[in-house]
Each structure stands twice: as structure tokens, then as C-alpha cells.
Design a protein around this ligand. Structure first.
Ligand code: ATP
Ligand code: MG
Length: 162
């Protein structure tokens, strides 16, 4: 089991240089008594680092990134909100596809491969969770993901002969 507050601290440590270089402020709002969730620590760090890296990358200097954790009955919900460039409505479904980048010009290509969101969507789906996106072009994006507090029996497949 992992404590999401601790995971956020480790993840922030990973992206802080990147944020400081752009004078981007990161704020976190997480309840102190947030329950532990049964998931893999490294996978959860990967989700946070990917979403935070994107938020910083696609937000201009002096921008703001906010992390909000909410404790719901069966799941924990985390939103990572930025006030960056936003994502055009017709591109919103595609960004979770492997190698898809909204701007894939030569200059832009230098920054990443377009795999980040595809990987973390795979992790979240694999844990019985969900990720979705709200965005307003030119104003910012909010990525919200939910992870169940307990993995349910149904999420496991029995392998014959074991
Ligand atoms: P990688 O994650 O492999 O380093 P990447 O960041 O380009 O590369 P993804 O994280 O999968 O790839 O994101 C896919 C695309 O979605 C990005 O290239 C960008 O166009 C768009 N995108 C992702 N997050 C944001 C965001 N917070 N604001 C605006 N656009 C975004
Ligand atoms: Mg990325």
C-alpha cells in the first residue's frame, strides 16, 4: 500500500528544477488523513511525474500548476491543473494514443516522444481506474484520474492450471 502524499512529494522533487527554470509555481492540496491505496509505488510516481512534466512543458513562464487530491468512498481522485496552452477539442481524444503529439514539428519533437500519456493511461486502466481531460484552448488543461482504494477480485484473471 502507498501513501499518495508521499508519492506527490517524491514526484515534485523530480520536476522541481524544470518548474523553477520556468518560474512555474506548483501548489498541492491533499487531505492530511488521506488513506493508503493498494497500488504499485513506482507506477504511481510515473503517473504523477508524467502529468506534472506535461503541465510544466505546456505552460508558459510564471504559470501555475495545481494538484488536488480528493478522498471519495471507493477511490482517490487527483486533478492536475495547469493554466497553459490548452488542447484543441478535436485533439483531446487522440493525445492518449501512442506517439501522438499535437504539435509534432521538428522543434517540438525534441521534447519527448508522445508516449507519456499512453503509458499512464495503460497503468491507470490496468488498476481499474480512469483518466479524463478537461481543457480550454489558450486557458489550460486539467487531467483527472481516479484509482480504486482496493483492487477488486474482478480485476484479476485466474490462470488455468495454477
Ligand atoms: P513524452 O511524454 O513521451 O515525453 P509528450 O509529452 O509529447 O512526450 P504525451 O505526454 O503523451 O507526450 O502527451 C501527448 C501530447 O498531448 C503532447 O505532445 C501535447 O501535445 C499534449 N499535451 C499533453 N499534456 C498537455 C498539457 N498539460 N497541456 C497542453 N497539451 C498537452
Ligand atoms: Mg509527456
Amino acid at each position: 500500500d502507498v501513501n499518495i502524499k508521499e508519492i506527490i512529494e517524491i514526484s515534485l522533487h523530480n520536476v522541481t528544477k524544470h518548474a523553477k527554470d520556468k518560474s512555474i509555481k506548483i501548489m498541492v492540496n491533499c487531505p492530511d488523513d488521506v488513506p493508503a491505496i493498494s497500488t504499485d509505488k513506482d507506477k504511481l510516481i510515473r503517473i504523477f511525474v508524467n502529468l506534472l512534466t506535461n503541465a510544466i512543458k505546456f505552460t508558459p513562464e510564471e504559470g501555475e500548476v495545481t494538484v488536488i487530491v480528493e478522498d471519495h468512498e471507493d477511490y482517490l481522485q487527483t486533478s492536475i491543473k495547469d493554466n497553459g496552452i490548452g488542447i484543441l477539442e478535436e485533439k483531446r481524444d487522440k493525445i492518449f494514443d501512442k506517439f501522438y503529439q499535437v504539435d509534432s514539428t521538428a522543434t517540438r519533437k525534441a521534447g519527448g516522444t508522445g508516449l507519456g500519456l499512453a503509458i499512464i493511461k495503460g497503468i491507470i486502466d490496468g488498476q481499474g481506474g480512469k483518466i479524463y481531460l478537461e481543457s480550454e484552448t489558450g486557458k489550460g488543461s486539467t487531467f483527472t484520474f481516479r484509482l480504486p482504494k482496493e483492487l477488486k477480485e474482478d480485476d484479476f484473471t485466474e490462470i488455468e492450471g495454477t
